[in-house]
Design a binder for this molecule. Structure first.
Ligand code: SF4
Length: 196
């Protein structure tokens, strides 16, 4: 655990959904990072690729405080993208703070393969506090969109006993949220842009 020294780390984000039932077991806060250079053919989230003039920039501490203020109503947090592990210092600091200050579970969805994570100290540190990592490039020929996997080649890297593949098989594939201002949000693996 990296401690709480990274609260001031800048984090480039695409969106934060405070509560979702379609991005992992239970009710979860979902954080989409902004920026991905992996270039999987057929990616459903091209708007999350650029790092120029897109998204919002917040500090890790700001995001952590937002999530932890709602912790009593959450099972956990899901980090997705974009590519979360292209900002490994922010992800490491955030996950460390969540684990230090709450009992929330952490799931990380990444396009990096497990070997690419284990072979890189910064990426390894970023997933050190994750309960589950879903790893590997999206492969359109192996399209799946179930169990938080956009394609069947993506690997469940179970790091603690908190979540199992059976838990993920029960996750709804689509969620539609209508906010007080009538804004409609689609999330989940069958949402527009939801496949990773
Ligand atoms: S599927 Fe994920 S890792 Fe691949 S290009 Fe799209 S955002 Fe990046």
């Amino acid at each position: 655990m990296a401690g709480l020294s990274g609260r001031g780390t800048k984090w480039r984000l695409h969106a934060v959904v405070p509560r979702s039932a379609a991005n992992g077991p239970g009710t979860r806060c979902v954080i989409w990072s902004q920026g991905c250079g992996l270039g999987c053919p057929g990616c459903f989230n091209p708007e999350t690729h650029t790092t120029r003039g897109e998204g919002l920039v917040r500090t890790v501490g700001e995001v952590a405080d937002q999530v932890l203020a709602d912790a009593a109503r959450l099972e956990g947090v899901t980090l997705t993208g974009g590519e979360p592990l292209e900002q490994p210092a922010a992800v490491a600091a955030f996950c460390a703070e969540v684990k230090a200050r709450s009992g929330l579970g952490v799931i990380v969805l990444t396009g990096f393969h497990r070997a690419e994570i284990e072979g890189d100290p910064a990426r390894s540190a970023a997933v050190a506090d994750a309960d589950l990592v879903i790893a590997g490039r999206y492969n359109a020929r192996l399209h799946l969109a179930q169990g938080l996997r956009g394609s069947s080649n993506k690997e469940y890297w179970v790091r603690t006993g908190r979540y199992t593949a059976a838990d993920l098989s029960r996750v709804p594939e689509l969620e539609i949220t209508i906010a007080d201002d009538a804004t409609v949000t689609f999330t989940g693996m069958h949402a527009p842009g939801g496949e990773f």
